[in-house]
Structure formats: C-alpha cells, structure tokens
Design a protein around this ligand. Sequence first.
Ligand SMILES: *Cc1c(COP(=O)(O)O)cnc(C)c1O
Length: 240
Amino acid sequence: MGSIGINLQEVRRRIAAACVASARDATIVTHSDATGGKPGLLLLAVSKTFDAAAVREAHAAGQLAFGENYVQEGLAKIAALAELRPRIEWHLIGPLQSNKTRDVARAYDWVHTVDRLKVAQRLSEQRPPALAPLQVCLQVNISGEASKSGVAPAELPALARAIAALPRLRLRGLMAIPEPARDVEAQRAPHRELARLLAGLVEQGLALDTLSMGMSADLEAAVAEGATIVRVGTAIFGRR
Ligand SMILES: *Cc1c(COP(=O)(O)O)cnc(C)c1O
C-alpha cells in the first residue's frame, strides 16, 4: 500500500478512537449516501493542491469523497477523473463567488461554504434538472475573526429558512473553520457552539443532519462535539 493508503488508515483509526473516547456510536463512511444502521461519520479527503494521481491513489485505498477548495482546480480534477463517477463524490469547501456558481452547480455534489442567499439562489436555478439536488451547508463565522467568510450566528436562522425553501438545493447543515487552538479543550469550544447552532435550527423545524467540522489538527475535538463530516487534507495527502 502507498503512503496515502497508510495515512488513510491512520486517520480512520484516529476518528474511531475519538468516537470511542466520546462514546459516539458512529460508522465511518466513505460516501455521503452510505446507509447503515448507525449514524454515519463521513471522512472527506481534502485533495486541494494534490493532483489527480493522488486522488486515484486514495480511491484505490477505498476513499470515495473528496473536497476541493478552489473551484477551477476542482473542476479540472473532476474532469480528469470523470470515469470514477458516480462512485466518487466531490465537495466544494472553499469560497464561492457568484460568477462561478454555474460550473459548481453542474459539477459538484456538495457545497459547504454557502453564506449568502444570492449565491444559493443561483446554485438552485443553475442545478441541472437531471442531477439530484445540490447538497449544501451554511458556513458559519464561528470565531468571529477577521476572516470575512461565513454567516454571523445572529443571521443564521433567517438565511437557513430562505435557503431551505430553494427547490434544487438540499440544505443539510452547518460548516465552520474555527481559529486554530492549542489544546483539545480550547478546540472543542467553537465546535460545541456550531453544534448548538445546528440544534437550534432543528428545534425551529428545519430537517438538518450535518455538522461539517474538524480538520487534520482538530478532528478529535470535532468528533467529540458531534461532527458528521470531517475534512482532512494534510494527514492524508501530506504537507502542501
Ligand atoms: C484545507 C482545508 C481543510 C483540510 O485542512 P488540513 O489541515 O490539511 O486537514 C479542511 N477544510 C477546509 C475548508 C480547508 O480549506
């Protein structure tokens, strides 16, 4: 097995250990459509800056869900690996400008970074009828930091209601990129806050089931707070 396959095994071991440590009964899944008895926890392999050959190697090791940050880079890989679909799925996890929505609506399965109604409306209008609805998460600016991406928590309920009503999108939940923190306790706080925000929306009647949180450095903290998708790049593909 190549190094990517070995790294994938190690990341799966870390996720499984984090589930045990927090008494979570979850199955680690490789595809968001995976069904089974237990709730699924999707390992999303973030392949940004790595080439199609690296994605192939991960796929050969059983990985089926891939995340890309940059729209164009992702589109090129999606095209280069077209013969692997629909077995593999593609998630956009980076910023999305409204002039790129048409390409994204045609090529991706998930978008984790919706934070404006206008972008969501365009994605819904442009999602081809032949495809399943585009799965989306709202990116929340959880640390309130200088980074301008993400909806402010106070604006979340209204935006979530508006986007949940769009016909060609399926709003699944929330995503965040917390500021780096040193220890697991400090890492857990923003993840707990995102989980609390999701629970609030569910209480208001929205059928949401997804918490996209946790990366190479903080996946244990995210799993402990209920992540259902962890987005892992470096620990699988190596340093960028
Ligand atoms: C790059 C990236 C990741 C993966 O980060 P690693 O630290 O390499 O695991 C996850 N989420 C987003 C939004 C990213 O941009």
